[in-house]
Design a protein around this ligand. Structure first.
Ligand code: ADP
Ligand code: TRP
Length: 321
């Protein structure tokens, strides 16, 4: 099975990204043809600082490699190192109804936040469709919030195939049913844009501060508490086995539980959970040219996979003469 997904280098990666996307992606490298990339063209819709985009790209690459992505097994690259994807985007623009893009939730959300939209933001799902279709991806593991983007990619592929004949594989989203949405410090979806994140590789004191900032209710210590209504419990659950979860839920229901104790335990859990990856990240960080070499080699492999599809598309639409 050919599996592809990407992540934007638009800020430090957080545990929502980890459980929603990175962890399942890394697990796929064992038995599948895995395509994993850092979507820096997409990040341009929100990052307007060149240095920040470039350093964010390296940071995201480091995060993935530290967490166990193996460039010998997966194809791992930076989106803009295969710039042919922008040619496919242009071609797909011409079969994409503007109405489809105007209905995108993420576009509407950005407008609701008061962002003055540029064309890049509107066209974002077309570039994402090009990413997916160029590499003939069958399955695309993402968080719930990306489902509509996947539907748009499918609509574009179906329309293209209808107009020009069978060309693209129709991709499917894969959303982990156990972890549809990781909640943030304030109980809303964890997201860079809500400033409610817990970064995977936060420094010790920063991590402690973040966990301290998880919002809990004001039930007195002695009273029983409902774990299912507690955001702290939801976050802690991500790091616990089923047995440990049941044990913690029991402590909630018995009464006498202090949220501050659970927060201390959670700090230790997260710190240990990412401990090995943190050490690996520190080692990798000392050698940025090695990271660049890995990414460049990945881009060559990705391009070799992309070119035959692009050639076929160019012929079908009449760009080859
Ligand atoms: P953010 O919302 O912080 O900007 P992105 O949109 O860059 O995150 O998401 C990158 C990947 O991580 C996507 O596949 C997305 O679905 C997943 N993801 C992001 N936040 C969460 C979350 N809170 N829970 C589950 N998955 C998430
Ligand atoms: N839009 C995705 C996100 O914000 C990132 C992305 C870009 C992507 N191209 C992709 C995800 C292709 C999967 C497949 O998370």
């Amino acid at each position: 099975m050919r599996i592809l997904s990407g992540i934007q280098p638009s800020g430090s990666l957080h545990i929502g990204n980890y459980f929603g996307m990175m962890k399942p992606m890394i697990a796929y490298q064992e038995e599948n043809e895995l395509y994993c990339f850092i979507v820096n063209y997409h990040a341009m819709t929100s990052v307007i600082d060149g240095e920040q985009l470039a350093s964010g790209t390296m940071e995201a690459a480091l995060d993935f490699l530290a967490l166990g992505l193996d460039p010998d097994r997966a194809i791992f690259w930076v989106q803009s190192d295969v710039p042919e994807v922008t040619e496919l985007t242009w071609i797909l623009n011409n079969v994409t109804p503007v109405g489809l893009l105007l209905r995108s939730h993420s576009y509407k959300d950005k407008i609701a936040q008061g962002i003055s939209p540029n064309h890049g933001l509107l066209s974002y799902p077309v570039l994402m469709a090009a990413d997916i279709l160029l590499y003939r991806s069958e399955k695309v593991p993402v968080g719930q919030d990306q489902q509509q983007h996947l539907e748009i990619a499918r609509d574009i592929a179906i329309k293209f195939n209808h107009l020009f004949g069978e060309t693209f594989v129709i991709p499917e989203a894969e959303i982990n049913p156990n972890i549809p949405t990781v909640l943030g410090l304030d109980g809303r979806k964890m997201s860079k844009s809500y400033d409610n994140t817990i970064e995977i590789f936060a420094e010790e004191e920063i991590l402690r501060g973040k966990i301290g900032a998880i919002v809990t209710d004001s039930t007195p210590v002695a009273d029983p508490k409902d774990p299912d209504k507690c955001n702290l419990y939801a976050i802690a659950s991500l790091f616990l086995t089923e047995g440990e979860k049941a044990e913690l839920a029991d402590r909630y229901r018995r009464g006498g539980l202090r949220y501050s104790d659970v927060k201390k335990e959670l700090f230790n859990l997260i710190w240990d959970f990412f401990g090995e990856a943190r050490d690996r990240r520190e080692r990798l960080q000392r050698n940025p040219s090695q990271i660049r070499d890995i990414l460049k080699a990945g881009a060559e492999k990705a391009r070799a996979k992309a070119l035959p599809t692009l050639e076929m598309v160019r012929k079908k639409v009449g760009l080859a003469y």
